[in-house]
Design a protein around this ligand. Structure first.
Ligand SMILES: Nc1ncnc2c1ncn2[C@@H]1O[C@H](COP(=O)(O)OP(=O)(O)OP(=O)(O)O)[C@@H](O)[C@H]1O
Ligand SMILES: [Mg+2]
Length: 222
């Protein structure tokens, strides 16, 4: 479903990846770890093709960085749910409106939109806060809204870039539990993080970035 093939990536003044090779299967769960500045966020951006390799190619669900046309990007991105450390909610809209905003550009019916929002809010356990504004929610709740938003288009892959970066340990665990639950329902999940406490807790594949390449990593469980 996802592969990096001999990928080189450089920003104008800096090389980040030299020979990156990586595959992720349908329905897989993996952590992406590595020191700050190693290229985790850059790697995720190549998956949603916000950045393109300077050599080699990335393939995502049949789309290929070496052949994709700008008009195809929205189709690719509909298949991907993305979550960030800082939630990126619209401050002037309530929870429901933050979600309906995403679906309004599709041609879903009002009733279909309502049902979908209900479903994703149930998935993250937040149906009762549907009319709250973002600043009336805790950090963990805001991240749950962001996860719900990422699920609206039934993605095949959820990408999370340091999703627990602004959260305390207990709340971080809750967020990871939700991502695991989503994975159990069949969606692949890739979580970039340097929060080793959450990585240790979960038995899953760990991809470590180092020296411009990806390695298989094992972390001792507590
Ligand atoms: N827009 C940019 N222009 C130039 N260099 C960049 C740009 N964005 C990132 N970099 C550099 O590329 C490298 C990889 O950055 P990236 O943000 O992918 O790292 P990261 O692993 O996500 O780090 P962190 O754990 O701190 O989030 C870093 O050295 C960074 O300084
Ligand atoms: Mg980063």
């Amino acid at each position: 479903m996802l592969s990096f093939n001999n990928v080189e990536f450089r920003y104008s003044n800096q090389i980040v990846f030299t020979d990156l090779n990586l595959e992720l299967d349908e329905g897989e769960f993996a952590f992406l770890i590595g020191k700050s500045g190693v290229g985790k966020s850059t790697l995720l951006q190549m998956i949603y093709m916000n950045l393109l390799p300077t050599s080699g190619y990335v393939r995502v669900n049949g789309y290929d960085t070496s052949t994709i046309k700008p008009r195809m990007l929205p189709h690719l991105r509909k298949k991907l749910g993305v979550i960030f450390q800082d939630f990126k909610l619209l401050r002037d809209r309530n929870v429901y409106e933050n979600l309906s905003f995403v679906l309004e550009v599709t041609n879903a019916s009002k009733k279909g939109i309502k049902k979908k929002i209900n479903d994703v809010l149930t998935d993250v356990g937040l149906s009762h806060k549907r009319l709250n504004m973002p600043d009336q929610l805790s950090g963990g709740e805001q991240q749950r809204v962001a996860i719900a938003r990422a699920l609206l288009n039934d993605p095949i892959l959820v990408l999370a870039d340091e999703p627990t970066g602004n959260l305390d340990p207990d709340t971080s665990r809750e967020i990871l539990d939700i991502l695991m639950k989503i994975n159990k329902k069949g969606t692949a999940v890739l979580v970039a993080t340097h929060n080793y406490a959450i990585v240790k807790r979960i038995n899953s594949r760990i991809i470590k970035l180092e020296n411009g390449r990806a390695y298989k990593a094992v972390i001792k469980k507590k």
